[in-house]
Ligand binder design. Structure first.
Ligand SMILES: Nc1ncnc2c1ncn2[C@@H]1O[C@H](COP(=O)(O)OP(=O)(O)O)[C@@H](O)[C@H]1O
Ligand SMILES: [Mg+2]
Length: 311
C-alpha cells in the first residue's frame, strides 16, 4: 500500500539451534509509532539489528518505501538507529558526540551544527552540552542516544528499549520526547518489555514472544482479545495443581496462569466471586488476597502466553 513506509516479510533468523525470529512479518505506516512488546529473548534486538544491518544470515525481505532495504545502501540513511547498548565517547561532550555521529552522514557542516543544537534543546541537554558524557545521568545518556539517532533527520526511527536502566522521572520525560518526535511525522518502531510504555505512546502494538508475533493491533483491539471480562488475581497459600483443579471445574472462568500461591483468571461477572471463595474454603484453599482489575496489556499477554511479561 502507498502509505506503508516499511514492509517486513517472513523474516527468519536462528543462532545455531535458537530461533530468534520466526516468519516475522509486519508493516508500518508513515507516522505510526509501533510498539514491539515482548519479554527478554523475544527477538526484539535481533529484528532491530537486521534492519540496521548489523545482523546477517537471515531469510525474508524488508522493503523501505517500496525498495529493498538491503540492496540500496543509501536507503539506510533514512533510518535512525538507537541501539539498546549505548555507544558514546565518554570523554567527549554532548555536542561533539552529536557532531561525530552526524559526520558519518553527508550533512553540510553548518546544517549539522544547527541540527545538533536543535536536538540538544529538544532533549533538554542544552545547559549540559559542553560537559563530558561521563558526567551524565542515565536519563541524560538515554536522551543523547536518541538525539544521535535523529541527527540526520531520519524518516524512520528504530528505538531498542530506550528506557532501560533509568528512573521513573527520566523515563516519563523520554517517553514524552519520543511521542513529540512521532507527532512531528517521524515513523517509529519502539521495542520494550514494559507494558506501560507500549500502552502509553504506541499507536499500534505488536506482541511477540520466541521470535513470533502473537498479536498485532491498537490497544483497544488487543484488549478485546481478552473480551469484556474482569481480571481476578488470587494470592494465597496453595499449590498450583490444587487451585487449577478446582478452577477448571467452574464455568465462565478462564484461567490465564497458575503458579504456586498465585492464580490469574478472568470472570464474566464479578458477582461470582463470593461463590468462588466459598468453593476455595470448602476445598481448604487459603486465600490471602484477591484483586479485581480491568483487562490491560498484561492480561492480554497472560492470555496469549500463559506467562506474565515480568517472568
Ligand atoms: N549473538 C547471539 N548468539 C546466540 N544467540 C543469540 C545472539 N543474539 C541473540 N541470541 C538469542 O536469540 C534470542 C532473541 O534474542 P534478542 O533478539 O536479543 O531478544 P530481545 O531483544 O527481545 O531480548 C534469544 O534467545 C537470545 O538468547
Ligand atoms: Mg533486546
Amino acid at each position: 500500500m502507498a502509505d506503508e513506509i516499511l514492509e517486513i516479510k517472513k523474516l527468519n533468523k536462528s543462532y545455531d539451534d535458537i530461533t530468534a525470529l520466526s516468519d516475522f512479518s509486519i508493516s508500518l505506516k508513515k507516522g505510526e509509532i509501533l510498539g514491539l512488546l515482548g519479554p527478554n529473548g523475544a527477538g526484539k534486538t535481533t529484528l532491530i539489528s537486521i534492519l540496521s544491518g548489523t545482523v546477517k544470515d537471515f531469510t525474508g525481505s524488508v522493503t523501505f518505501k517500496g525498495k529493498n532495504l538491503f540492496s540500496n545502501r543509501k536507503l539506510k540513511n533514512h533510518l535512525g538507529i538507537v541501539p539498546q547498548d549505548m555507544a558514546f565517547y565518554e570523554e567527549l561532550n554532548a555536542v561533539d558526540n552529536l557532531l561525530f555521529w552526524g559526520g558519518l552522514y553527508d550533512i553540510p557542516s553548518g546544517k549539522l551544527k544547527k541540527r545538533a543544537a536543535e536536538l540538544l534543546e529538544i532533549m533538554e541537554l542544552k545547559e549540559r552540552a559542553k560537559e563530558p558524557i561521563k558526567n551524565f545521568s542515565g536519563g541524560m545518556k538515554r536522551r543523547l542516544n536518541v538525539a544521535i539517532g535523529l541527527i540526520h533527520e531520519p524518516e524512520l526511527l528504530l528505538l531498542d528499549e530506550p528506557t532501560v536502566g533509568i528512573d521513573v522521572h527520566a523515563k516519563v520525560k523520554l517517553l514524552e520526547i519520543i511521542r513529540n518526535v512521532g507527532e512531528k511525522g517521524t515513523s517509529i518502531i519502539f521495542t520494550t518489555h514494559q507494558l506501560m510504555e507500549a500502552e502509553e505512546i504506541c499507536s499500534r502494538i505488536v506482541i511477540m514472544d520466541k521470535g513470533a508475533i502473537l498479536a498485532n493491533g491498537t490497544l483497544d483491539e488487543l484488549i478485546k482479545i481478552v473480551g469484556e471480562k474482569e481480571l481476578v488475581d488470587i494470592a494465597g497459600d496453595f499449590p498450583a495443581h490444587r487451585i487449577a483443579e478446582i478452577l477448571k471445574k467452574i464455568k465462565d472462568v478462564d484461567i490465564l496462569s497458575v503458579t504456586d500461591n498465585l492464580a490469574n483468571l478472568t470472570l464474566d461477572n464479578t458477582d461470582r466471586i463470593p461463590s468462588l471463595l466459598e468453593l476455595f474454603f470448602k476445598n481448604d484453599i487459603k486465600v490471602s488476597d484477591l484483586k479485581i482489575k480491568s483487562p490491560n496489556l498484561e492480561t492480554v499477554f497472560l492470555k496469549l502466553t500463559g506467562r506474565s511479561l515480568r517472568d
